[in-house]
Ligand binder design. Structure first.
Ligand SMILES: Cc1ncc(COP(=O)(O)O)c(C=O)c1O
Length: 407
């Protein structure tokens, strides 16, 4: 007879989930800082600006109103769902009804809900790599199979249409699209986005379009929403978005998914049995965020534009580093191949994961190694930090490299 001792302690599904490497490195850097170590962290995936005061003030007074001390409908406050529909039309041009919106506990939850709702056991999901670390894990949790579609630095980390067909099988169900991309900062232009939308439509796939960085695009680039460019895709498109990056609201946990009504209704049932509604107060704050102007994000964007130029220049000045200019988001994704297999005070890293440890231990700088994004040999540097810190942090890496020797 099976006893509790012979039974597996953790479920296989959960035991196999990898920790979010980006959150782990951030936690490690913050723990060192708490011990008084002067660490410069390039790990954070969040703007360093405070949430605009007008938004925080609405939340503060919402706290004092007993009507906000209650559950809201699972799918979200009707006013917020409408505000999301209105904002989507304003910003991307996609016309949707409020009934096509499900308010979630951040964009990450929207992604989890999307896969849980659409992906069956063994369904394959195409994920261009380097990918945001959550996508493959969330696919696996849904019982699906993540299929990596490699891209290269030379191609600006964008998929090449001619190569996509080879990843198709009868089980392929969905394509994950994110532009601007985390971790690479790549932005698909109108033509590339249109071609991709046609390919997805013609192959009868679904698309999950992650638009969380839509407002952080530089040099006159624009983030295109695939179902806007190819309306035929609207019936098989899920748009994921949230207030986190646009309004510096990562801690408030408000995101959403937009999809055809039957998908939203199924995802809402699922959410009603798992997390129910997002915090009523945070939803009130999100209404204020979305109905107000986009002034704050344009101020942040100006700062990010200067920081982007700085980090791009400083990284490329280090011999052995190759960093393309990011077109969007707030990440630089650099090849560090040239820094491997050198001697750093007796340690010779052969992978970027080992190199990141050396950089943290010896230079007190936290970076996220490419292994976290499916592409060893690279590292992600978030530039959501002041220019002084960027200069000091990259300066420390440059000094460490200069003091290393060929092994
Ligand atoms: C590509 C991408 N999508 C979605 C999210 C989710 O953001 P949140 O759950 O904070 O709304 C993030 C956050 O880092 C991201 O980088």
């Amino acid at each position: 007879m099976e006893t509790h001792q012979t039974k597996q302690r953790l479920s296989t599904r959960i035991a196999n989930v990898a920790e979010s490497a980006t959150l782990a490195i951030d936690a490690k850097a913050k723990a060192l800082k708490a011990q008084g170590v002067d660490v410069i962290g390039f790990g954070a995936g969040e703007p360093d600006f405070p949430t605009p005061e007008r938004i925080a003030k609405v939340a503060a007074s919402a706290c004092l109103d007993p009507k906000n001390h209650r559950y809201t409908p699972t799918a979200g406050l009707p006013e917020l769902r409408q505000a999301i529909a209105d904002k989507t039309k304003r910003d991307s041009g996609l016309e949707v009804a409020a009934s096509q919106v499900l308010v979630t506990n951040g964009g990450k939850h929207a992604i989890f809900n999307t896969f849980a709702t659409l992906i069956g056991e063994g369904d394959e999901v195409l994920i261009p790599s380097p990918y945001w670390t959550t996508y493959p894990e969330a696919v696996r949790l849904a019982g699906g199979v993540p299929i990596e579609v490699p891209t290269t630095l030379e191609n600006g980390f964008k998929v090449r249409l001619a190569e996509l067909d080879r990843y198709l099988t009868p089980r392929t169900k969905l394509f994950v699209h994110v532009s601007p991309s985390n971790p690479t900062g790549a932005v698909y232009n109108r033509e590339e986005s249109t071609e991709l939308a046609h390919w997805i439509l013609n192959n009868n796939l679904w698309v999950m379009s992650d638009e969380i960085y839509e407002h952080l695009v530089y040099d006159g680039n624009k983030a295109w929403s695939l179902p806007v460019l190819e309306p035929g895709l609207a019936d098989r498109a899920v748009v994921v978005n949230g207030v986190a990056k646009t309004y510096a609201m990562t801690g408030w946990r408000v995101g959403w998914m937009i999809a055809p009504e039957d998908v939203i209704s199924a995802a809402t049932n699922f959410q009603s049995q798992s997390t129910s509604n997002v915090s009523n107060i945070a939803q009130r704050a999100a209404i204020e965020a979305l109905q107000g102007p986009l002034d704050e994000v344009s101020t942040m964007k100006k700062a990010f534009t200067r920081r982007r130029a700085l980090i791009h220049r400083l990284l490329n000045e280090i011999p052995g580093v190759n960093c393309p200019l990011p077109e969007g988001a707030f990440y630089a994704y650099a090849s560090l191949d040239g820094l491997l297999k050198r001697d750093y005070s007796g340690i010779v890293p052969t992978t970027t994961s080992e190199l990141a440890d050396v950089i943290l231990d010896q230079a007190k700088v936290a970076i996220v190694p490419g292994e976290a994004f499916g592409t060893p040999g690279y590292a992600r540097f978030s530039y959501a930090m002041g220019e002084k810190d960027i200069a000091q942090g990259i300066g420390r890496i440059a000094e460490l490299v200069a003091s290393s020797t060929a092994s």
